[in-house]
Design a protein around this ligand. Structure first.
Ligand SMILES: [Zn+2]
Length: 422
């Protein structure tokens, strides 16, 4: 079974927009009314569930909304794009469904005081690249910075405001392209990647994409400005000014992360490998801690995997997640023993059993490659195919008797077993 990292055939384009004051008021109306509908329907759904023990369907909520709109007290609902309200009902239904599937928390009420507001238009968004304008239903043509052109059918648009007060529109486009079939997995053209904090990405070929300097600089700035914010008096004008400064900094950090994720993923796709194995982020999060650096890294990782996933697909290459529910850093890739005393601070992996020594992250990336090949091609795939020609396996043979060692250990308790996979 091939489990790819995420399925994506639609592409999102995000642009900043500059609505005039009248349009801003209309956009705020959309934020507020959609939030109102979300909260009202969420309350209704919860009450209904408590009383009758079953959930109101999307259809029932839609009917209820139509009835509400007919009542004079709710006439204001007609001020906004009615389809955006239906989109909100859809999102609520999905959020509820995800909760019952056990993959998300129970949907929450939305606060007026939240830092983020958004609403969606399922249809009728238009883009005028020549004149730099986007047409939003019920609002009309809004000035926009259209830095990237696209070709294809617009599916939906989402209008957002950031904590620092910037309006953006995110447009989902179907470019009509049919993605090519993925190529077969060839061990010679497969690599594993480990995602880290010191280095953002480490490949099993030993290539690293540095991260630390950028992250340190940003964290330093964030902490500094956050401290200043915490000293400001609540409700004061200067506190509000500082809040916006911190929000802008957060946005700046997020944007530079995104650029970097695009750059690294583009480079990995352009190289000779046709299959990349990656770790399951859920597994990585077992090591979660509350540090800000970890949080930022985590956001960066999932975004990076998303970019990598669609770029690989477009080039008919594979990105495959390994289904292993334990971290890849502890198991010695040579003798398959577990190195229980490996600490997070240890930069070098040194096996207490066979003495194999290697950079910790490169060792982990090579393990990810090994687990991935086992998962997709069966155990022994690495030694029976890969040994032929990859520079890596040549390296393995010179650095120890890896090939000779493996069969003897296959039966041992520490050897990875196929039964634990899939
Ligand atoms: Zn070992």
């Amino acid at each position: 079974m091939v489990s790819t990292c995420s399925v994506m055939t639609l592409k999102a384009y995000q642009y900043s927009i500059s609505p005039n004051s009248e349009q801003q008021a209309q956009i705020w109306q959309h934020f507020n009314h959609n939030r109102g509908v979300w909260n009202r329907m969420l309350a209704l759904k919860s009450r209904y569930y408590k009383v009758y023990g079953k959930s109101l369907s999307k259809r029932q909520l839609q009917d209820h909304l139509i009835k509400l709109k007919k009542r004079p007290a709710f006439a204001w609902l007609k001020q906004v794009n009615s389809q955006s309200l239906l989109a909100t009902l859809n999102n609520l239904d999905t959020a509820y469904g995800n909760f019952f599937k056990g993959i998300a928390k129970f949907p929450r009420f939305k606060s007026k005081r939240s830092n983020w507001h958004s609403y969606a238009n399922p249809q009728h968004t238009e883009v005028d690249f020549e004149n730099g304008k986007v047409k939003l239903p019920k609002i009309g043509w809004v000035k926009a910075k259209l830095h990237r052109e696209f070709v294809g059918n617009i599916k939906t648009s989402t209008v957002k405001i950031s904590p620092s007060g910037k309006f953006t529109v995110s447009i989902l486009v179907d470019d009509g392209k049919v993605l090519p079939d993925a190529t077969t997995i060839e061990p010679e053209y497969a690599i594993g990647i480990d995602l880290g904090i010191k280095d953002f990405v480490i490949t099993s070929r030993g290539k690293t994409y540095e991260n630390k300097r950028l992250l340190d600089k940003q964290l330093h700035q964030l902490n500094k400005q956050q401290r200043i914010l915490s000293r400001k008096k609540k409700g004061s004008a200067s506190r509000n000014k500082q809040r916006i400064r911190v929000a802008k900094l957060h946005e700046h950090v997020a944007n530079s992360r995104k650029d970097y994720a695009h750059k690294v993923s583009a480079e990995l796709v352009s190289e000779s490998q046709t299959t990349i194995f990656c770790e399951d982020l859920a597994v990585k999060n077992l090591l979660r801690n509350k540090k800000l650096s970890r949080h930022i890294a985590n956001v960066g990782w999932s975004q990076f995997l998303e970019f990598l996933s669609y770029k690989m697909k477009e080039s008919s290459k594979n990105l495959i997640r390994i289904n292993r529910f334990k971290p890849s850093s502890r198991e010695c890739r040579m003798c398959h023993s577990k190195h229980e005393n490996l600490k997070l601070s240890d930069r070098t992996f040194e096996c207490p059993y066979c003495g194999h020594t290697e950079d910790r992250d490169i060792h982990a990336a090579k393990n990810i490659l090994r687990f991935g090949l086992e998962q997709e091609l069966g155990s022994g795939s690495e030694s029976s195919h890969a040994v032929k020609s990859t520079p890596e396996s040549i390296l393995d043979l010179t650095s120890g008797s890896a090939k000779g060692l493996e069969p003897a250990l296959v039966g041992s308790a520490e050897a990875p077993s196929r039964t634990s996979v899939s």
